[in-house]
Design a protein around this ligand. Structure first.
Ligand SMILES: [Zn+2]
Length: 295
């Protein structure tokens, strides 16, 4: 059958300072029988190997931004992460005929992302799987549209089927047993789902998927020298995926002034106060909540 998924890859340490993915991959390497399913092969990969143990998100450049087609083809890019991206492209890609059929990229966030599933594309297989996962745990959220088209720079864009898992809140370079176990549960559920689909025994999937579609990101207020002028407002801290209405406070300046959300349209912020995004000019990503009919 041409639609069979033959190779599933679980990736940890794309960001080496996110320890859950690293330790879960190490656990799977120690107990490979945990990943065994009848109908496909499941492999593990540690992505940013040189960064492991440094406590850093990356050495030279964010590995999860090195997979754009032009960058992969550019031999003049010689940072460690650029070289590693090319190796991973050889191992799992290339994008037009990938060796891996399904990539699960394990991440964690300092934001209150709960158990976020970020489908790589809106392929019906990914959306049905995501809908299935929402039935398993009340903390599962499905976040769509974080750029993973074929020319996207993210690792998981090597193959159209797959997802990232973003769990949080958790500080960088620490573990959290609950989030570790929940991530492992999600991974097993994904493998079971794929196995059932491969065997033509689909698991029950709700007909509609509640998802959060990314709209755009907003930055912190900054002065002319790019210095941050405000913090996430305490009322918004930890409120990822909760509705944000016109007039709700989003920032608090250092002098105690609040800055409100001013648009008429209700949005649902995600990645609120994510540590890694300060340097990227992102205080949060605004999303809209959607009900998607999937069958
Ligand atoms: Zn990450």
């Amino acid at each position: 059958m041409s639609n069979q998924i033959c190779v599933v890859t679980i990736v940890g340490s794309t960001h080496p300072n996110e320890l859950i993915g690293y330790h879960l991959v190490k656990k799977f390497e120690q107990f490979p029988e945990l990943l065994q399913r009848d109908s496909f092969k499941c492999e593990t990969v540690l992505a940013n190997i040189k960064g492991i143990g440094t406590g850093l998100r990356y050495l030279d450049r964010d590995l999860n931004r090195c997979f754009g087609n032009e960058d992969l083809a550019n031999l003049k890019l010689t940072s460690y992460e650029d070289i590693r991206a090319k190796q991973l492209n050889t191992l799992l890609g290339p994008k037009d005929r990938p060796k891996s059929d399904f990539i699960i990229d394990l991440h964690s966030s300092t934001a209150n992302m709960a158990l976020s599933i970020l489908p790589t594309t809106k392929h019906p297989f990914n959306l049905k799987l995501a809908a299935y996962l929402t039935t398993l745990h009340p903390a599962v959220r499905v976040l769509l549209g974080v750029d993973c088209t074929q020319n996207a720079p993210r690792l998981r864009s090597l193959t159209p089927l797959g997802c990232a898992i973003e769990v949080g809140p958790i500080a960088n370079n620490v573990l959290n047993a609950d989030l570790f176990m929940q991530t492992e549960m999600i991974v097993h559920s994904i493998l079971n789902y794929i196995d059932a689909e491969n065997k033509g025994k689909s698991l029950p999937v709700p007909s509609t998927l509640t998802a959060y579609q990314s709209l755009f990101s907003i930055d912190y207020p900054r002065d002319s020298s790019n210095e941050i002028q405000a913090m996430i407002h305490p009322q918004l801290q930890g409120q990822d995926y909760e509705p944000l209405y016109k007039g709700d406070p989003i920032f608090l300046t250092f002098s105690g002034e609040k800055i409100d959300y001013e648009s008429e349209s209700t949005v649902y912020p995600a990645f609120v106060n994510e540590a890694a995004y300060y340097s990227q000019g992102v205080a949060m990503t605004l999303t809209q909540k959607e009900e998607i009919e999937i069958w």
